[in-house]
Design a protein around this ligand. Structure first.
Ligand SMILES: [Zn+2]
Length: 241
């Protein structure tokens, strides 16, 4: 992140794909500049966000911190998704490099001359939950709207909307929470984590309604219903001891 930018001061339309010199002299990428991707957000931060909200406590710094981390993550997802569709972004100058997804194909930036192979570029984001898939509209929507949101309440609602989105797929059973791309952890753990988010008297009614709708949608899918039922059963068992 540019050190001159604070969390409350987000340049609109900045794609902000970062590059670093890794010091790994692999020769895969020109000048050892390679694509960098923002990580998923830690569960603990999201948990605190909802616990505060349930108590009617509006921690603006925490909301801004989580909201900004999600913004960077969504931007990384959008850039990786575009790269997967044949439009890689140069990590040095952010120009688009068209390609045909052939492993040995040379990706050469027409603007600055940076280059690598498609195999090396692909490896930089593979297995990192960076492909937008059926939730790409939710990620794009957040990346476009969040930077314009200034009020903490508005930001919180946008965060909540994003975290409660699903990947829309051809069959319900291949669906999964969009949060699997956004929050660190295994898909089943994230599902249970979202199911157990804290709500209370202080929670905004919109948040509670969105959560109930999310739970209803999750229960329509076999794998999500199985995971949630098992976790709720175990929890009820522990509480009954
Ligand atoms: Zn370039």
């Amino acid at each position: 992140m540019n050190p001159n930018w604070s969390q409350g001061d987000i340049p609109i339309n900045s794609k902000r794909l970062h590059y670093t010199r890794t010091g790994e002299a692999t020769g895969e990428c020109a000048d050892d500049i390679r694509p960098q991707w923002h990580p998923r957000v830690k569960k603990e931060l999201v948990r605190r966000l909802y616990e505060n909200d349930a108590r009617g406590l509006r921690d603006e710094d925490l909301i801004a911190r989580v909201g900004f981390a999600l913004l960077l993550r969504c931007q990384s997802i959008l850039i990786a998704t575009e790269a997967h569709a044949g439009r890689a972004t140069c990590p040095r100058c952010e120009a688009i490099i068209p390609h045909h997804s052939q492993p040995d194909e040379a990706l050469v930036c027409a603007r600055c001359g940076w280059q690598t192979t498609w195999a090396a570029y692909h490896r930089s984001y593979r297995d990192r939950q960076l492909f937008g898939g059926g939730a790409v509209d939710a990620f794009r929507n957040y990346a476009e709207i969040y930077p314009q949101a200034r009020a903490a309440r508005e930001r919180m609602l946008l965060i909540d909307q994003l975290l409660h989105a699903f990947h829309t797929q051809l069959t319900r059973d291949t669906s999964r929470p969009a949060a699997c791309n956004l929050i660190a952890g295994k898909s089943s753990d994230i599902l249970v984590f979202l199911d157990r988010l804290t709500f209370g008297e202080g929670s905004a009614p919109e948040l509670q309604q969105a959560h109930a709708a999310w739970q209803a949608t999750a229960m329509e899918s076999d794998w999500m219903r199985n995971v949630l039922r098992e976790s709720r059963r175990r929890r009820a068992g522990r509480e009954g001891d």
